[in-house]
Design a protein around this ligand. Structure first.
Ligand code: FE2
Length: 307
């Protein structure tokens, strides 16, 4: 594989190993806008039209920070230009941005057509930024997780759990908010395997136990292209809606609203989360363009008979 291009990203997007402090002057409330699932691409521009109205809405909101929870690109898992194009757009926001990878950026389940692997994660780190991070204010610790490696029994997964335990333990008196691409569960915290849609049962239980032990205030995710809020124990759960498209009847119905928008998380001594539908976004539905954007693998052809 060729070496990924390096982009001139803002400092916020560059790889960091250590905890960073916000560079805005701290005052409360701190307003974080969570955007997610933009699915941008120069070669498959089906959802690009929603970027400008989203960026305008973000600018109008004047947030202190933007967090993108993944599926930045249509196919960054295989196409470098998709990551370059999408990261450049993200960089044009005139506000500090943190970003996490989604399954379409770095791959997903073992055995799938695009399993998450070191090559794909390294490309993300080179071109966009860290795949996990910790950022602090004086009252809050924000933790970004790479949720695509959860449940794949890799060394990366164990390293991330070790890192997460340290990040939680070292939060001291700060409240904790966690961001990730995938939700912890779809219908119930004790549900079994949901395959594509949520964290697998074993890593889910490990996360939920840690969240209870460290009194995590918020877990905010994307991935489902639906807006939903709930709680588990004392942790607030938020699924931010996508800005690109909703999924129609091609997928089973799930909790949450099929809307396009974003989420606003307001931090004081507590966190208040709000799901916002953005009317300026075009209501694209994946079902209408799935064969163009994400063509499914062709059915196996009978083996050629050769004499
Ligand atoms: Fe997505």
């Amino acid at each position: 594989m060729k070496t990924p291009r390096k982009l001139g990203l803002k400092p916020a997007c560059l790889p960091q190993s250590a905890t960073r402090q916000f560079d805005f002057e701290e005052r409360y409330p701190v307003r974080i806008i969570q955007i997610t699932d933009t699915h941008l691409s120069p070669s498959k521009p089906h959802f690009n039209a929603n970027w400008s109205p989203l960026a305008q809405w973000v600018a109008d909101q004047k947030p202190d920070l933007v967090i993108h929870t993944g599926d930045l690109s249509v196919d960054g898992a295989d196409i470098e230009d998709d990551l370059a194009f999408s990261a450049n757009l993200l960089n044009q926001l005139s506000v500090q941005v943190l970003c996490l990878p989604g399954n379409h950026d770095i791959g997903h389940m073992p055995g799938s057509a695009q399993p998450v692997n070191a090559t794909r994660i390294d490309r993300w780190r080179e071109m966009v930024g860290p795949d996990r991070w910790t950022y602090d204010t004086d009252k809050w610790r924000l933790i970004g997780l790479n949720s695509l490696i959860l449940g794949n029994d890799s060394l990366e997964e164990e390293e991330q759990f070790d890192w997460l335990e340290d990040a939680l333990g070292e939060a001291e008196t700060r409240q904790i908010a966690i961001f990730a691409h995938k939700p912890l569960f779809v219908d119930a915290a004790d549900e079994g395997e949901t395959g594509y849609w949520s964290v697998r049962p074993t890593p889910r239980k490990r996360l939920l136990d840690l969240f209870e032990e460290y009194e995590v205030a918020l877990h905010a995710s994307g991935h489902l292209h639906r807006g939903w809020q709930g709680t588990h124990n004392n942790t607030g759960l938020v699924w931010a809606p996508a800005s690109s498209f909703t999924v129609g009847d091609m997928e089973r119905d799930m909790p949450g609203e099929r809307i396009l928008g974003a989420a606003i998380h307001t931090l004081t001594d507590r966190v208040k989360s709000e799901i916002v539908e953005i009317d300026a976004l075009s209501r694209f539905v994946l079902d209408d363009v799935i064969e163009e954007v994400y063509p499914r693998a062709p059915k196996a052809q009978p083996a050629e008979i050769t004499a």
